[in-house]
Design a protein around this ligand. Structure first.
Ligand SMILES: NC(=O)c1ccc[n+]([C@@H]2O[C@H](COP(=O)([O-])OP(=O)(O)OC[C@H]3O[C@@H](n4cnc5c(N)ncnc54)[C@H](OP(=O)(O)O)[C@@H]3O)[C@@H](O)[C@H]2O)c1
Length: 252
């Protein structure tokens, strides 16, 4: 299936590792011109080198801390200056923030800044360009809606879901779709190091929770993101799509 993405321009956040890098790899394979952002410039440069060596268009590397509003404004402006209008925004930056009910305000502020406000702010900055062309795609990487303990990131991802759904209604008639992908357990630095330190723990979790029998790969998210980014997905909007090997069936 030709996803008709050749020559489109995308900004991918959280592209220095894990899911963001997987989304970038799949989009690059479809001929999308990329701006990659995160704080770890070396990680971004390694990915850019890999994509160039594979014969894909040279990505633009943009360092930025997306919890800082000024840096968000700069990243959006640099992406626009380098690629022209941004057609596709993949908001992949984020991270789990387990906490307790007494935690300091700063924990909640940082979790919401990273997991919700960064996506909302970048979208606000790039939407005018999408509206001018009457075409755009916003893809937000969210998370589970069935937390098993207090996690400030889960609350922020919940906000991301409802903001996406509301916005999708407002811009649907303008050729712009807004969707979320809710990953289950995807192999990334975050899941392997923080959640499942040993192989035995990982296998035990899989046996209890994942009908598909394994963690997913970042590219499993990337392929769904590429479909949502394509013109073929014009009738899919306001959706929250689980990509989790069936794990959500066991969430209750
Ligand atoms: N992997 C899973 O199983 C899973 C499950 C549910 C949801 N998710 C969600 O999927 C997304 C990607 O996670 P991942 O598992 O791929 O983790 P990851 O490998 O740790 O990637 C997180 C990305 O976010 C970037 N990031 C973190 N803090 C940032 C900041 N302040 N400013 C800019 N960028 C920042 C990181 O880059 P730098 O550190 O270089 O800045 C990195 O590129 C997250 O939103 C996460 O919540 C993942």
């Amino acid at each position: 299936m030709d996803l008709q993405l050749t020559g489109r321009a995308a900004l991918v956040t959280g592209a220095s590792s894990g899911i963001g890098a997987g989304v970038a790899r799949v989009l690059a394979g479809e001929g999308v011109r990329l701006a990659l952002t995160a704080r770890d410039v070396d990680g971004l440069r390694d990915l850019a080198d890999e994509l160039r060596a594979a014969g894909h268009p040279e990505p633009v590397v943009l360092e930025g801390d997306l919890t800082d509003h000024e840096q968000i404004i700069r990243v959006a402006a640099q992406a626009h200056a380098a690629l022209g209008s941004i057609h596709i925004l993949a908001n992949c930056a984020g991270g789990s923030r387990p906490t307790d009910f007494q935690s300091d305000e700063t924990v909640w502020e940082e979790a919401f800044a990273l997991n919700f406000a960064s996506a909302r702010r970048l979208t606000q900055l790039l939407l005018p360009g999408m509206l001018a062309h009457r075409w755009g795609r916003v893809i937000n990487i969210s998370g589970s809606m069935e937390p098993r303990r207090l996690n400030a990131a889960s609350a922020a991802k919940g906000a991301l879901h409802l903001w996406s759904k509301g916005l999708s209604c407002d811009v649907a008639s303008e050729g712009i779709t807004v969707n979320c992908i809710a990953p289950g357990r995807i192999r990334s630095a975050q899941t392997l190091a923080r959640l499942h330190a040993t192989e035995a723990e990982r296998q035990e979790f899989i046996a209890r929770n994942i009908p598909a029998g394994d963690f997913g790969d970042p590219e499993d998210i990337g392929r769904v993101a590429a479909f949502l980014a394509s013109p073929l997905a014009h009738y899919v909007t306001g959706a929250v799509i689980p990509v989790d090997g069936g794990m959500h069936y066991f969430a209750h």
